[in-house]
Ligand binder design. Structure first.
Ligand SMILES: [Zn+2]
Length: 371
């Protein structure tokens, strides 16, 4: 199928429902070309015409085009060092069901078994594709190393496709999350943005000119050890005040726990800071300053003034927003654009949605090979 037809399907999926007039403007098509390109997509059932909407303008009411809700379901799976989290989604990566499993055995055989049994248990009748994301270097469906899982080379896509008999996509987790934000999330409509995730670790991804940067360093997530505070604590590999030391949930909770002389959870830490408990407030303020510095570095050096914050630790933003914004202001050129911050507060679920998004993109590419 032609690229122009694929572009139409993508525009309707990402931005729909859209009127014919909006589509001709967005894609630079004449009304006649739009009609010609839309016909096979309407005939195949991939896109549908919605009921007339009277938009107040003179002339024929427009019948907006939208992606069909009947094109099937997708499963997105995020693997960490100790658990597997799966979501069933529609074609817009909206989760309708989820399931979680502990990974007691991290060997490739055991993980494949866990994923296969989870997919079977979810029992999705109209499954179109499965996406799996994990922290590691991934290329062409092969994992070339995933330190959280202790894996070397694993041909994960092949193994899962043989067992599941559906198309499987494998992607690095931060790349997958950036894809989900670009197509279905806070980044929709932005041509470029940085993605910063906080949680068990600190992730960094980049979208430029509508494309997710996919270098070998993108899989490493080189933002994780940026130096942010010369007086901060030390990370797991010895950097003082790096992003992981300042922002990972484990580092934040252990600092507050040490001050209070007891174990605290991350949510509890944020709650204590909100209530003004001095030790928690000090650690959270320092984390806010560090996150502001990281955002300003990301925006200043990527030349993209937008940033999407996500990950299971993103609750920090709300508790430390004024510190974050002050640190950004201090590190921006006065002539630079205002930094546009989007918060994806779906927490850990965002990771599995990312995995579903790459399965959806692969399905769209199968329908339209010339993407
Ligand atoms: Zn570090």
């Amino acid at each position: 199928m032609a690229e122009s037809e694929a572009a139409l399907a993508r525009a309707v999926l990402i931005h729909g429902p859209l009127s014919r007039r909006e589509l001709t403007t967005r894609l630079g098509l004449s009304p006649a070309s739009l009609t010609r390109l839309a016909k096979p997509l309407l005939d195949s059932g991939l896109i549908v015409e919605l009921d007339d909407i009277a938009d107040g303008s003179i002339g024929r009411p427009s019948r907006p085009l939208d992606i069909s809700r009947d094109v099937g379901s997708f499963i997105g799976i995020k693997l960490t060092g100790d658990r597997m989290f799966a979501v069933v989604t529609d074609i817009r990566a909206e989760a309708v069901a989820s399931l979680e499993r502990e990974l007691r055995d991290r060997s490739p055989d055991a993980v494949v078994d866990t994923v296969v049994s989870a997919v079977r248990e979810l029992g999705v009748g109209d499954l179109v594709g499965v996406g799996v994301s994990l922290g590691g270097v991934v290329q062409g469906g092969v994992v070339h190393g995933a330190s959280f899982l202790g894996w070397g080379e694993v041909d994960l896509r092949d193994r899962l496709e043989r067992a599941l008999e559906v198309p499987v996509s494998i992607e690095n987790d931060i790349v997958a999350l950036a894809e989900a934000e670009r197509w279905f999330g806070a980044g929709t409509g932005l041509s470029g943005f940085s993605v910063i995730t906080i949680g068990a670790g600190v992730g960094y991804g980049l979208v430029v000119d509508g494309t997710v940067v996919r270098t070998a360093d993108a899989a490493v997530g080189t933002g994780g050890h940026l130096p942010l505070d010369p007086y901060g604590p030390v990370c797991s590999i010895g950097h003082r005040g790096c992003a992981q030391a300042m922002l990972s949930a484990g580092s934040i909770t252990s600092q507050v726990g040490a001050a209070l002389g007891r174990v605290v959870t991350y949510d509890e830490t944020l709650e204590l800071a909100r209530d003004g408990e001095p030790a928690a407030r000090a650690v959270v303020d320092a984390a806010g300053d560090a996150l502001g510095r990281m955002i300003s570095l990301a925006t200043n050096l990527s030349l993209q003034p937008a940033v999407v914050l996500g990950g299971e630790g993103v609750g920090l933003f709300e508790v430390a927003e004024h510190r974050i914004r002050a640190a950004i202001a201090a590190a921006r050129d006065p002539q630079a654009e205002d930094v546009d911050i989007h918060v994806d507060d779906s927490g850990f679920r965002a990771w599995a949605r990312g995995a579903a998004a790459v399965a959806i993109q692969a399905a769209m590419a199968r329908l339209h090979p010339a993407r």
